[in-house]
Design a protein around this ligand. Structure first.
Ligand SMILES: NC(=O)c1ccc[n+]([C@@H]2O[C@H](COP(=O)([O-])OP(=O)(O)OC[C@H]3O[C@@H](n4cnc5c(N)ncnc54)[C@H](O)[C@@H]3O)[C@@H](O)[C@H]2O)c1
Length: 450
């Protein structure tokens, strides 16, 4: 695969577990020769069986053109990193989230690969720059954060380390697009990147509100389902695993994010109630590891703005700090969390005033400054940018009046006449001139338009 002038012909994935085998499958589906490494033959055998099973399913559904056997033939397995990284263009590390282990693996990759090989990590919480400093090529080290399962999830967070070069970032964004995924650039190596930071704000706040007896678990989840989220906060916590969730929150907290893990997660962990994997978490499941969507009675008591406002606040912080763009953050919440619309669209629809008031209320309830409204939100309020109701929020909104050849975008005191014959490359017709004339006459007598 060409990435600019650079060619990615061969990739090594280190670690054939949950993420590694899925990433190897994605690469092979896209025609890339892939080396897959793990510590034992039987783990590799299991990983290849899972890849084969998944490819057969995709083939039956017509989602891949080439046969599973042809794709499997592109993957070679290894039990030695040294052998596996010798002549590849890119290495993606996906070993367990243990700092010492990752450092050792990075040293081994660095010592045995070509000097121009790019090294990426799939870490969720370890600083990229600290892994980069174990190598002699920190400019060629970055994060490629895939989501689980990699074959299904479209999003990849491309995380820039302190020393990652512009060229490598550019190449890897193209590479991610080339394997059919949507890259979102995380411009600074911030703990939790984008998706996990936004997600844990919502899950942790939901837990705090239940712990304080303000809402019940079902009231929260019912309210979140009602605004279109694919899972309520407690459904999702169970699905992720209460231990994994607690670990994520605690590790980003220890790296400086202002968030205090809800103690209910810790209490549940101590009781072995880990969610779907243990058969019980906030909800009960048929057996350990068997997921069944919880039946939740539709209840109308919980205020969705109170629940979602900390996630909006976090997204505003990411935007203000230049970690990512508005469009990319919206996209990250849609593709990484399955929201039907971007987090900033939710904010605009609920109203920036409502979001700020909700944050102030959370501040009062908890006494914690972690809910202080971000300066972006306060500034928007000052400017009257309250969202869809004022026509301006994080986005701009116009009322649309569609005619046959033109469109009138209306937001007093402004109206815009837009030519709308794309199929004729907007060439001017008699009909269009008549419609423009009529629109101008109507608008000039409209006292709301200046
Ligand atoms: N599981 C997820 O949902 C998820 C999502 C995004 C990112 N991540 C990140 O991806 C990485 C991998 O997570 P996972 O869930 O796939 O873990 P996993 O435990 O399922 O798999 C890790 C694999 O690495 C292998 N391994 C251990 N030491 C090794 C070594 N020295 N050389 C080669 N292989 C070695 C293990 O045998 C295991 O098969 C972690 O950094 C994690 O934070 C996980």
């Amino acid at each position: 695969m060409f990435v600019g002038v650079f060619m990615v012909k061969k990739v090594t994935v280190v670690g054939a577990g949950t993420m590694g085998h899925g990433i190897a499958e994605v690469l092979a589906i896209n025609g890339i020769k892939t080396n897959l490494v793990d510590v034992k033959e039987d783990i590799l055998k299991g990983a290849m069986e899972k890849i084969g099973w998944s490819l057969r399913k995709l083939y039956e559904k017509g989602k891949i053109g080439r046969s599973p056997d042809e794709i499997m033939a592109l993957i070679s397995t290894f039990t030695s990193i040294k052998e596996a990284v010798r002549d590849v263009d890119l290495v993606i590390e996906a070993v367990p989230e243990i700092f010492e282990l990752k450092k050792q693996v990075f040293r081994e990759i660095d010592a045995n690969s070509r000097p121009d090989t790019i090294i990426a990590t799939n870490t969720s919480s370890i600083p990229i720059s600290e892994l980069a400093s174990c190598t002699n090529r920190p400019d060629k080290v970055l994060g490629l954060h895939f989501f689980n399962p990699p074959v299904v999830m479209q999003l990849v967070e491309v995380v820039r380390g302190k020393d990652t070069s512009d060229e490598i970032v550019k190449q890897m964004i193209e590479f991610v697009r080339g394997i059919g995924k949507r890259p979102v650039l995380v411009r600074k190596d911030i703990p939790g990147f984008i998706v996990n930071r936004i997600m844990i704000r919502l899950l942790n706040t939901a837990c705090i509100l239940v712990k304080r007896g303000i809402y019940s678990i079902e009231e929260v989840d019912s309210a979140l389902r009602k605004i279109g989220l694919p899972m309520g906060a407690f459904e999702l916590s169970d699905y992720i695993g209460i231990d994994v969730l607690y670990f994520i929150i605690d590790s980003v907290r220890s790296r400086g994010m202002a968030i205090e893990p809800c103690q209910v997660f810790k209490e549940m962990m101590d009781k072995g109630k880990l969610g779907v994997k243990s058969g019980e978490g906030f909800y009960k499941y048929p057996s350990p590891g068997t997921y069944k969507k919880p039946d939740i009675t539709a209840l109308d008591r919980a205020d969705p703005a109170l629940l979602i406002s900390p996630a909006v606040n976090e997204a505003s912080y990411l935007l203000r700090e230049g970690i990512s763009s508005l469009q990319e953050i919206n996209e990250a919440t849609i593709l990484g969390l399955g929201y039907p619309k971007g987090i900033f669209q939710y904010a605009d629809e609920m109203g920036i005033d409502t979001i700020v008031n909700s944050l102030k209320k959370l501040n009062e309830i908890t006494g914690s400054t972690e809910f202080s409204p971000d300066p972006i939100l306060l500034r928007m309020l000052e400017l009257g940018r309250t969202g869809t109701k004022s026509g301006f929020g994080f986005h701009e909104y116009f009322q649309e009046n569609q005619m046959e050849t033109i469109k009138i975008l209306y937001r007093p005191p402004v109206a815009v006449i837009q030519l709308n014959r794309p199929e004729k490359l907007n060439s001017i017709s008699r009909k269009m001139l008549d419609e423009i004339k009529k629109a101008l006459i109507d608008l000039s007598s409209d006292e709301n338009i200046r």
